[in-house]
Design a protein around this ligand. Structure first.
Ligand SMILES: *Cc1c(COP(=O)(O)O)cnc(C)c1O
Length: 362
């Protein structure tokens, strides 16, 4: 069977490694010689227990997660974590600090406000989120329950190069669009969460990495599914987990290990992004949205001289086999999402197309 695939620049759900998809396809009908497909097998079965344990082990290896952290697979996307984080970690009478760098940070703030007191420690809203805040712009409250930030701003195309300083409070990160794209020093974090559908796997599973001592903040009053302590104790198997999504995340983790782990992935991602930013910078025809020192290696955002040209670019690119380049409506212009699995040759194809388009329309 031959399947025609296009270059998929979608921000999420996003491209997955072809090897991973091929292996998943093999196992749809019968997994691990069980005669039962991976979507049909019991989450309490031996083969699936091995899948979820290996997925966790491989993620631990990739990120070098210390034993004092727990790894939990949730459903509900990053959006449910916007609620779970304050519900578990923001005690009565306490304040949570949020650094606001885009649409997703705003959503996280909105959910935290339903739970308790929120202090905006910094925002780069002015200028439409072209950058992340500088260290001296972050004004923490007196004694925050935690400090929340968004490591990569999927829509605006900005990314932190290093973590903001939380002044000793637990640092909480929405890493939905750059988790496993580069090595991280997990010890700097209290909690990291990431919806899988950008850089980890299919939609339906959310990875949560949480420092053990923070589990003590989860109270009995919480809805059971939102209780970090309980979900960690039950090893993500309190109820039926999103089995297929966890399985594919496991395959992606295995693919990353086979390809040199996160240091190699970081180099590959830097090289891909550099080609696009070089192309943008080398021509007056293109204008990048993000300020250079805040540029994302995952989502590259730029504009042409006028909306009409933006639209024509997206349409012609689509005809040339490049899908998903239209920017988010809040930024406009174009966006190329080039996560781990996006092939370097695909970036070359886009760069050639950009040069050609500029020559024809500039
Ligand atoms: C996509 C995205 C979200 C929303 O994720 P869901 O899984 O759809 O809830 C949140 N944060 C960031 C940074 C994202 O890129």
């Amino acid at each position: 069977m031959s399947t025609k695939r296009v270059l998929n620049f979608s921000a999420g759900p996003a491209v997955l490694p072809e090897e991973v998809l091929a292996e998943a396809r093999e196992n749809l009908l019968s997994f691990a010689d069980s005669g039962i497909g991976i979507c049909e097998i019991s989450h309490r079965s031996k083969p699936f227990t091995a899948v979820i344990e290996q997925a966790e082990a491989d993620i631990r290896t990739l990120l070098g997660i210390p034993n004092s952290y727990r790894v939990v697979f949730f459903q509900g996307g990053a959006t449910l974590q916007f609620s779970a984080v304050p519900m578990n970690l923001l005690g009565r009478g306490q304040t949570a600090d949020y650094i606001v760098t885009g649409h997703w940070s705003e959503k996280a703030v909105a959910e935290a406000k339903r739970v308790g007191q929120v202090h905006i420690a910094a925002t780069t809203r002015e200028g439409n989120y072209r950058r992340v805040p500088r260290p001296n712009e972050i004004k923490l409250s007196a004694s925050p329950a935690y400090v929340h930030f968004t490591s990569n701003n999927t829509i605006f195309g900005t990314q932190y190069k290093t973590e903001p300083d939380s002044g000793g409070a637990p640092l909480i990160c929405d890493a939905s669009s750059d988790i496993l794209s580069r090595p991280l020093d997990i010890k700097k974090y209290g909690l990291i969460y990431a919806g899988a559908q950008k850089n980890l796997g299919p939609a339906g599973v959310t990875l949560v990495i949480i420092r053990e001592d923070l589990l003590e903040r989860s109270t009995e009053a919480l809805p059971i599914y939102l209780n970090y302590k309980l979900m960690a104790k039950e090893k993500s198997l309190y109820n039926t987990p999103p089995c297929f999504a966890v399985y594919v995340v496991g395959l992606v983790a295995k693919w990353l290990l086979k390809n040199g782990g996160l240091p190699a992935m970081a180099r590959r991602n830097e090289a891909k992004a550099r080609k696009l930013y070089d192309c943008i910078d080398s021509s007056d025809f293109f204008r990048g949205h993000a300020e250079p020192d805040s540029r994302s290696l995952m989502n590259v955002t730029w504009r042409l001289p006028g909306e009409e040209l933006d639209e024509r670019f997206a349409k012609e690119a689509q005809k040339a086999g490049m899908d998903g380049l239209k920017g988010h409506r809040s930024v406009g212009g174009l966006r190329a999402s080039i996560y781990n699995a996006f092939p370097p040759e695909g970036v070359d194809t886009l760069v050639s197309f950009m040069k050609d388009f500029a020559a024809r329309n500039g």
